[in-house]
Design a protein. Structure first.
Length: 237
């Protein structure tokens, strides 16, 4: 189950499910645009959502790649402000579409549920701080290795289980995620391939050995406890 709904009661989930719908989206279809009003939040049921923003000079920044059962649009649904990013289907993608107003109404009616949601949001805010520190204090190899663990995260990743992505991460993805040059990313990924942590697939690469990838991460700069908690939780909004 998606993390933001793991602690909901059956009754609250049933009410929300009655107002929600399952929708298929074709590759390249835009699900939400940055700065649009928050009408919905989405749970990825199948496929992959690319979450990014393009600034005025044309530079693109990748925020995340979301796969089942991760969540898109949690923050805008909570604070009723504009969407933070543009979300696009990467491959054919099936989503659960949940009305943001109904989601907020359930939280406003249940103080205990609201507190649990606040704790989840706080964990995610701490992870954003961890990402900032990663970019400031780590070298390129550590940044690339940590970016791959972040984009390819699964609940079983920290246990070293086999967890290939349904859509390969590309060199451009990592460059856009970290703000590094393409050539810098290629050099770091080649070292990870040599270590057996990732392997090439089509135009990108996948996690080949999660345990090996985490060994590389830990040898360069250990994961913060917050990052471990976040990776173990997996879904993100």
């Amino acid at each position: 189950m998606a993390a933001p709904f793991a602690f909901w009661s059956d009754a609250a989930l049933s009410r929300l499910a009655a107002l929600s719908s399952m929708v298929w989206h074709n590759p390249g279809e835009v699900i939400a645009r940055s700065q649009e009003p928050p009408q919905y939040l989405w749970i990825v049921a199948e496929g992959c959502l690319e979450v990014a923003i393009t600034v005025s000079n044309g530079d693109r920044f990748l925020a995340d790649l979301l796969t089942a059962p991760q969540v898109m649009g949690l923050t805008p649904a909570l604070d009723d402000r504009a969407q933070l990013f543009t979300a696009t289907a990467r491959g054919r993608t099936r989503l659960v579409r949940i009305p943001a107003a109904a989601f907020r109404a359930e939280l406003e009616a249940d103080a205990a549920l609201l507190v649990k949601m606040l704790r989840l949001v706080c964990l995610r805010a701490r992870m954003e701080h961890d990402r900032t520190y990663m970019n400031v204090i780590n070298d390129n190899n550590a940044r690339v290795a940590k970016a791959i663990t972040y984009l390819g995260r699964r609940p079983s990743l920290l246990e070293g289980a086999e967890t290939p992505l349904p859509a390969p991460i590309t060199y451009d993805d990592i460059a856009d995620f970290l703000g590094l040059s393409y050539s810098a990313v290629v050099r770091s990924v080649q070292e990870l391939i040599a270590a057996g942590a990732v392997k090439k697939q089509y135009r990108g690469f996948i996690i080949a050995d999660p345990a090996a990838l985490l060994r590389v991460v830990e040898s360069l700069n250990p994961l913060h406890a917050t990052a471990r908690d976040y990776l173990a939780q997996a879904p993100r909004g």
